[in-house]
Design a binder for this molecule. Sequence first.
Ligand code: PXG
Length: 290
Amino acid sequence: MELKIFLDGQFVDKKDAKISIFDHGLLYGDGVFEGIRSYNRRVFRLKEHINRLYDGAEAIRLEIPISKQAFQDKVIETLKENKLDDAYIRVVVTRGVGDLGLDPRKCSCATIFIITDRIELYPEELYEKGLPITVAKTRRNHPSSLNPRIKSLNYLNNILGKIDAIDAGVEEAIMLSVDGYVAECTGDNIFIVEDGDVFTPPCDTGSLEGITQDAVIRIAEEKGMNVGFKKMKLEDVLGADECFLTGTAAEIIPVVQIDDQVIGTGFPGEITKQLRQDFSKLTKTDGVEY
Ligand code: PXG
């Protein structure tokens, strides 16, 4: 069965899902998006993703022409249309069709599309052995230039970071802020564990407010751990007992090496493993059913 895409109010076959070359999402990366997951016919943190989408849209003064509830319903409908139990969901809202100038006022109507597809998982081996990563040469956008809370369609900063990772022969790279603090990775938030305490950099160093990051903070709190936001330098990560990354696609993935430096024992740590177990339970029981 061909994949059905929700595009501007209707379902179309994947091969027919096309947008204009005058769409400002394409011309300028002018728009917002979300990556969401469903597990066993439950959409994980759907409301939170839709809220972040609308907050980002508001921050760039992009009016989404349907209500949040209608948007959530469309996500569910798209999943049902494609009969997917476990899915990766990509939601995109662009400024829409305009002229060749930057002026967003020339775009009269936002373009909305929703893609639901099978999820491509990282190999299990990476979770068992842990991930080697690098430090990107590219610095994270300064928050005063582009607020990291906005999950915008303009991902070139992250893609340049990803190219740095590829050049180093690894999957992910730590991105530092312009003033040298650890912000996040190219598509994941970062955590460290120090003497049993769990820390992640605050959003104002240039990281996205991750939905998986938030879920992990709550799990750690419930387990009675001391957990919180802390500005950190690369040395703090290198000297940590454990390090892991969080994101919708990766979930929680241990980091065991940064360039030629081993983190902790060089194996995934106990706290990382515990958090992974609890997160896995949460994704099986929580979420909007369909
Ligand atoms: N930081 C950035 C910059 C992200 O893009 C995360 C953190 C994790 O956030 P969530 O809310 O998912 O826990 C993301 C996630 C990819 C990819 O292919 C990743 C993301 C979006 C699209 C693709 O790795 N975003």
